[in-house]
Design a protein around this ligand. Structure first.
Ligand code: HEC
Ligand code: HEC
Ligand code: HEC
Ligand code: HEC
Length: 348
């Protein structure tokens, strides 16, 4: 009798300890849910109202400096070494420099990119990178309206007052199983925040947001012959989907009809926007980030010597639209091509 009581107490202690460990990974209820698709399909978004409140604060935008005077000579006439912003007036040019300082390096200010003895020289790598970033931002706002619409982006969308955006990624180092095994772990069974701590491949970005591998789970044929859609590849796909959900702070059904994840029929329009987002991320990583590899110093590079690259979280940072949909580009026609920048882009 006493024996079994003791055993029972011991069991209870273990059980409650186990329960505590399990619950440590949970968010405190109550949660709120909002229907986001056809009835009976389980298409519901689940929100934690307390987490949402904190995220509203984190996504506030610094006030824009009042627009610069557009009259007077152009920057190209006053300054020595302007290759992108030459068509701006001096007023517009200086306002953009001041805004870039707030967005990228509020502590160091102008000196983060400039040698104070000579603002025209390109001796700091940060200035060379910033010039390419200006072109990248204009490119996003003009060529990727299929994703960013008129909301657009500024440097702040990614940088948020930091020289290095908080969400970037590098290629993962190959991890062989050990001397006696063939193959590569593919970054699995090594919980990583890139895939929300699931044991999925921890770098789903190289194949899908840099290379153009197929994002597929099911192959087109029942037999493996000619069917390159293996379980392994399905795991990469789920790795990317997990990243997309957590980058936007949404559930899978924000984009998918739960009736069939493969079919596009009856999907919310957000899936189409996301499709363009994947293509945009590939384009930016390939044409803007990778070519900057030799410009960046070694201490900014990854384990394999590659340059930092962007994914959905670089802009979204947990919100369904970056900065909860704040119209970032509206106050900066210099970055949208609707202002002076357009003439420049047309010349290219
Ligand atoms: C994030 C990097 C960055 C910061 C911060 C920055 N600049 Fe610049 N600046 C640039 C880039 C890039 C150019 C070249 C633009 C071009 O090629 O069109 C430039 C060019 C200039 C020029 C033209 C120099 C010449 O003769 O060619 C001046 C003047 C200037 N910046 C002033 C400032 C001032 C003042 C500040 C601080 C309020 C500042 N910049 C902050 C990146 C930066
Ligand atoms: C789509 C996201 C995105 C946008 C928009 C963006 N950047 Fe960047 N930026 C990055 C990434 C990713 C890096 C690489 C991080 C690193 O430096 O290792 C970077 C790096 C930089 C660096 C180098 C910082 C350092 O210390 O190494 C500068 C300077 C910079 N960006 C300036 C700008 C300016 C100026 C703008 C706006 C005209 C801008 N960026 C817009 C994503 C972005
Ligand atoms: C932000 C929108 C979005 C979210 C959130 C999202 N997906 Fe996707 N999903 C897509 C898009 C877009 C594609 C098609 C990608 C392509 O073909 O380039 C896709 C493709 C897929 C496929 C491949 C289907 C096939 O053709 O074989 C599966 C499976 C899938 N998603 C499952 C999920 C799961 C599970 C989740 C939640 C963990 C999820 N998705 C979250 C947008 C989303
Ligand atoms: C360069 C910054 C940037 C990157 C990178 C980015 N997005 Fe976006 N995304 C935006 C902006 C800006 C909007 C708002 C567009 C609008 O107002 O319609 C947006 C909107 C969306 C929407 C529509 C949300 C809604 O409710 O209408 C989805 C879905 C989305 N993004 C998914 C993605 C996915 C998935 C990725 C990564 C593959 C991604 N985004 C990468 C900037 C970005």
């Amino acid at each position: 009798m006493t024996h079994s009581l003791k055993a029972c107490r011991l069991w209870l202690t273990w059980a409650s300890l186990g329960l505590l460990t399990l619950l440590a990974g949970c968010e405190r209820p109550p949660m709120e849910s909002v229907q986001h698709g056809y009835r009976g399909t389980g298409m519901v978004q689940v929100y934690n109202p307390r987490a949402l409140e904190a995220s509203v604060e984190a996504n506030e935008v610094p006030p824009a400096i009042p627009a610069g005077d557009t009259s007077g000579p152009k920057a190209s006439q006053i300054y020595k070494n302007v290759k992108v912003l030459g068509d701006l007036s001096a007023g517009q040019f200086n306002r953009l420099m001041a805004s870039m300082s707030i967005w990228i390096a509020p502590q160091e200010g102008c000196l983060y990119c400039h040698n104070p003895a000579n603002f025209a020289e390109d001796s700091k790598y940060t200035k060379v990178v910033a010039r390419r970033m200006l072109q990248m931002t204009q490119h996003i706002n003009t060529e990727w309206k299929s994703h960013v619409a008129d909301t657009g982006v500024t440097c702040y969308t990614c940088h948020r007052g930091n020289p290095v955006p908080s969400a970037i990624w590098f290629k993962s180092n190959p991890q062989p199983y050990g001397a006696n095994f063939m193959g590569d772990k593919a970054g699995q069974n090594h919980p990583a925040t890139s895939v929300a701590l699931a044991s999925l491949p921890n770098d789903p970005f190289t194949p899908f947001l840099l290379e153009q591998k197929d994002i597929r789970v099911n192959g087109p044929t029942p037999l493996p012959s000619g069917n390159r859609h293996s379980i392994k590849q399905a795991e990469w796909t789920y790795g990317l989907m997990t990243h997309m959900s957590s980058a936007l702070g949404v559930n899978c059904t924000y984009c998918h009809n739960s009736r069939s994840f493969q079919s596009w029929e009856g999907n919310p329009p957000q899936r189409r926007t996301a499709w363009f987002g994947i293509r945009m991320a590939r384009d930016l990583n390939k044409d803007y980030m990778e070519p900057l590899t030799s410009t960046f110093p070694d201490h900014r590079k990854g384990e394999t010597g590659d340059v930092a690259k962007l994914n959905c979280a670089t802009c979204h940072q947990g919100a369904y639209k970056p900065l909860n949909g704040a119209p970032m580009a509206r106050d900066f026609p210099e970055l949208t091509g609707s202002g002076v920048g357009q003439a420049k882009l047309a010349q290219k």
